[in-house]
Write a protein that binds this ligand. Structure first.
Ligand code: R2B
Ligand code: URA
Length: 352
């Protein structure tokens, strides 16, 4: 079924101008241009998304005739870039909620006007890492049983005696592993790790996008598609050379004070306040912090589109604020979310 928009006005309009993409329903045959789109991949930087477009070309086995380059379809404006590689639409979204919100309105309408069906949306990007929820480490494994152990050695030793006896009675084999999951002095998620968001919250830990519409606050829940999270997790490989985890993503309105940095132009809190906030976030299950996931998740959910957010951590926020990683390393890390999403696209297209 083509995408139905939750906006009755669109059908009444004689023409719909997708202003920031330099496209329109009267000036362009959107169905002919985009009707075969099955995947929309968004990311912040125009240059990174252009590189992703060339990477996707390779991944779906297309070769451009010698001398030919990909065209930025939104080239008549310099707000966003738009590339089409077979069934994949590649879009830049800029930085922050207002920027991604505008382009998502227009991309969702484009998908509607083009009468595309079953389209999946992805955001690939960068983020600050926080630490890893231990559950994410083990929940991938088959046959996992959880038991609580309380606090302290006494409590833990009683339950361990009984778990060991239970395993014996159950005639469990020698390869049973027993792991303790818990909190501890924070060891952050190693920079360069990939986080597939399974939920997103704002800077106040609220799982919805709050917007002012007609002078009132409107809340849109930021649900993400659970199945797509698992599909993406299954695209991670043991020999990738980086970790891929699922986790809760915090989405803030600012890179500096909004993310508890000490290095913005202003700062009215202490380093201790900052660490307490980041540790609290970590205890609430937050694994990474970026600036668009909440809006992306809320808009996809509101439009009944399956969407996923895949970001690489470019620093461990428990260790610092400044991004001092060399540019070549950052460039290599940028490729990691792209690799995971491209593998899923290849799988869905039956190329793997
Ligand atoms: C990640 O990186 C950008 C800020 O540097 C922002 O767009 C985000 O979400
Ligand atoms: N993007 C963010 O929003 N925060 C970071 O710390 C890194 C990238």
């Amino acid at each position: 079924m083509p995408l139905k928009l939750p906006n009755p006005h669109i059908e009444q309009m004689e023409e719909d101008i997708l202003y920031h993409l330099a496209l329109g329903t009267k000036t362009h045959d959107l169905k002919a241009m985009f009707g075969d789109i099955k995947f929309v991949v968004l990311g912040g930087s125009p240059r990174r998304m252009e590189m992703f477009a060339y990477y996707m070309l390779e991944q779906i086995g297309c070769v451009l005739p010698t001398g030919q380059t990909l065209t930025n379809i939104a080239g008549k404006t310099d707000r966003y870039v738009l590339f089409k590689v077979g069934p994949v639409l590649i879009v830049s979204h800029g930085m922050g909620i207002p920027s991604i919100q505008i382009v998502l309105h227009e991309i969702i309408k484009l998908v509607h006007h083009a009468q595309c069906t079953g389209v999946l949306f992805f955001r690939i990007g960068t983020c600050g890492g926080l630490g890893m929820s231990p559950v994410d480490n083990v929940s991938n494994m088959p046959s996992v049983t959880h038991t609580s152990h309380g606090i302290g050695n006494g409590s833990c030793s009683i339950v361990l005696h009984e778990v060991l006896k239970m395993l014996r009675y159950a005639e469990a084999t020698q390869d049973v592993m027993i792991m303790r999951m818990g909190t501890c002095g924070g060891i952050g998620l190693p920079p360069g790790s990939v986080v597939v968001s399974n939920s997103t919250v704002d800077g106040l830990f609220k799982p919805y996008l709050e917007m002012a519409i007609l002078g009132k606050v409107v809340k849109r829940p930021s649900y993400l598609d659970k199945e797509l999270v698992e599909d993406l997790m299954s695209c991670a490989q043991d020999d990738d050379g980086f970790k891929t985890v699922r986790g809760k993503t915090m989405c803030t309105l600012d890179f500096y004070e909004g993310q508890a940095r000490l290095d913005g132009a202003f700062c009215d809190y202490t380093e201790k306040d900052k660490i307490n906030f980041l540790k609290r976030a970590n205890e609430e299950g937050v694994c990474n912090i970026e600036m668009e996931s909440l809006c992306f998740a809320a808009m996809c959910h509101h439009a009944n589109i399956k969407g996923a957010v895949v970001c690489v951590t470019i620093l461990d926020r428990l260790q610092g604020d400044q991004v001092s990683t060399p540019h070549d390393t950052l460039k290599a890390w940028d490729q990691r979310p792209a690799t995971i999403v491209a593998r899923l696209i290849r799988k869905k297209l039956g190329l793997d």
